[in-house]
Design a binder for this molecule. Structure first.
Ligand SMILES: [Zn+2]
Ligand SMILES: [Zn+2]
Length: 319
C-alpha cells in the first residue's frame, strides 16, 4: 500500500514537472559560474547545465567553480555550501580546451571534489593528463597518467560527432572539434535532452582566419536541428570588439566575425532560421570598455535578428 502511494506521488510529480516544462517550453537550465574571457580569476568560463526539473548538473568548462557556486548561493540559487553543491550535484565536467581560463577551477577544487567524469576530445584530455595531472603541475587526481593515479576523475574521451549518453541525467552530448589559433584546438558540445538541443562552443576563431572549415562543419551538423526548431540556443564567444585587428585575435571572434559565422548557419538552415534564437555571448575579455563596445556592435550587426543574451555569473538562464 505504502509503495503504491509512493509510486502514485512520484507519478503525479513527474506529470507536474513534464507539464511545467512543456507549458513554458524551457528545456535547459543554465547557471553561469563564470562568464569572462580572462583577467578576473573569480569569473572565468564555466556553466552548470541540467534538464529543467532535474537536480544533477554537468559543468561546461571549469574556469571558475567555487567562486561561482558561492555567488549562486548568495543569490539563493542553491542552499547550503559550495563544496556540498559541487560534490553532490555536479556529475561531470565537459572541457572544451585545456587553456587555464577553462580548467583552473576544476583543477583547484580537485582535492576536495567528489568522483566525476571528465569528458572531452582526446587532444584535450591528453593535455590535461600530460601537463596538469602529472605530480609536477598538480597532483594526479585522474585515473590514468603519471603514478600514482588517484582516480577521482575518470577520463571519458569522446569521439567527434558521436552522441554520448550521460548516465542518469537524460542528456546526450556530442563533441565537435574547433580551431583555436594553431596549435590550439577547442571543442563545441551539442547537448540533447529529449528532442531539444543546446549548442555550447569553446573558444574559437572564424574559419576565414583559422583555415580549415571546422565551424562550417559544425553549422552543417546543427542546421537540420535548427531547421526543425529543436535548437534552444547557442552559447558562443565574442572575445574582442571589432577594433581588434584580425592578426591579433589569437583564435577568437569579434561581433563582425560572429555574425559572419552565424550567417553561414542561417543560410544552411534556410534564411531567417536564426530569427529570435537565443544566442548567449560568452568570453568577453574584460579590458577597458570592451563589454559596452561589443554589446553595441552586436546589436548594430544583428541583421539575422538573433536574441542576444549576456550571461552573468550566478544568474539563472532557462532556454
Ligand atoms: Zn578562454
Ligand atoms: Zn582559449
Amino acid at each position: 500500500m505504502k509503495n503504491w502511494y509512493k509510486l502514485l506521488c512520484g507519478l503525479l510529480l513527474a506529470i507536474q514537472v513534464v507539464s511545467a516544462q512543456t507549458k513554458n517550453g524551457k528545456t535547459f537550465t543554465i547557471i553561469p559560474l563564470g562568464v569572462k574571457g580572462g583577467l578576473d580569476e573569480s569569473n572565468l568560463s564555466a556553466y552548470l547545465l541540467k534538464p529543467t526539473g532535474g537536480t544533477q548538473y554537468i559543468c561546461l568548462d571549469g574556469g571558475t567553480v567555487r567562486a561561482g557556486l558561492q555567488q549562486a548561493i548568495t543569490h539563493h540559487v542553491f542552499p547550503g555550501r559550495a563544496s556540498d553543491v559541487l560534490k553532490s550535484q555536479v556529475r561531470a565536467y565537459f572541457i572544451s580546451h585545456p587553456h587555464l581560463d577553462h580548467v583552473e577551477g576544476m583543477l583547484q577544487n580537485a582535492p576536495d571534489d567528489s568522483a566525476k567524469a571528465l569528458y572531452g576530445l582526446p587532444f584535450c584530455l591528453n593535455i590535461i593528463q600530460d601537463k596538469y595531472f602529472n605530480w609536477k603541475s598538480w597532483g594526479n587526481f585522474a585515473d590514468a597518467g603519471d603514478p600514482p593515479a588517484l582516480g577521482k576523475f575518470r577520463y571519458m574521451p569522446m569521439d567527434s560527432g558521436v552522441a554520448t549518453p550521460i548516465a542518469d541525467l537524460d542528456l546526450e552530448v556530442s563533441a565537435y572539434p574547433l580551431r583555436h589559433s594553431a596549435p590550439g584546438q577547442s571543442t563545441a558540445f551539442l547537448v540533447k535532452h529529449q528532442s531539444s538541443y543546446l549548442l555550447y562552443l569553446g573558444d574559437t576563431g572564424p574559419d576565414a582566419l583559422e583555415g580549415g572549415n571546422n565551424l562550417r562543419q559544425l553549422w552543417e551538423a546543427v542546421s537540420p536541428i535548427l531547421k526543425a526548431r529543436q535548437l534552444k540556443g547557442i552559447m558562443i564567444e565574442t572575445s574582442f570588439p571589432n577594433e581588434q585587428s584580425d592578426h591579433a585575435l589569437y583564435g577568437h571572434l569579434t561581433p563582425h566575425w560572429l555574425m559572419t559565422e552565424l550567417a553561414v548557419l542561417d543560410s544552411l538552415a534556410g534564411p531567417g532560421s536564426l530569427k529570435g534564437l537565443p544566442v548567449l555571448i560568452t568570453h568577453i575579455k574584460p579590458v577597458g570598455n570592451n563589454e559596452a563596445r561589443i554589446k553595441v556592435q552586436l546589436a548594430k550587426g544583428n541583421a539575422l535578428g538573433v536574441k542576444l543574451l549576456f550571461p552573468q555569473q550566478a544568474q539563472v538562464i532557462t532556454l
